[in-house]
Design a protein. Sequence first.
Length: 128
Amino acid sequence: MPIYEFICTHCGRRNEFITFRVSEVVPDTCTHCHQSGLRRIPSRVRVRLSEETRLERLADPARFGNLDENDPKSMAKFMKAMTHEMGDDLDEDVDSLIEEAMEEEAAGGGQASGTGGGDGGAHDDDLE
């Protein structure tokens, strides 16, 4: 099925029309502002990848070259990309935890490496 994309000359918003045949007439009216005057724009190429190809791409170590597991922003971006790639969305709870960790790190309250979580800090004083 061909997808035709147009931009409205009045409101500037994008309009997509899916047709069942190439010969089918496409409307000239914007679906947003309802005025005529659409200009056709080149559509992006959309390629569907098999699940196997997507998983192979996820396993590619080159994707993780700039990943810093100690940086909450880097980890949040990684987690969002992974869940998007797997076709899942993050739960609101997980998303809010990521946002809280990023805010805590920005405020300077987060631990740099995450090694002090739990009882680790209390026992260090006994060693000195």
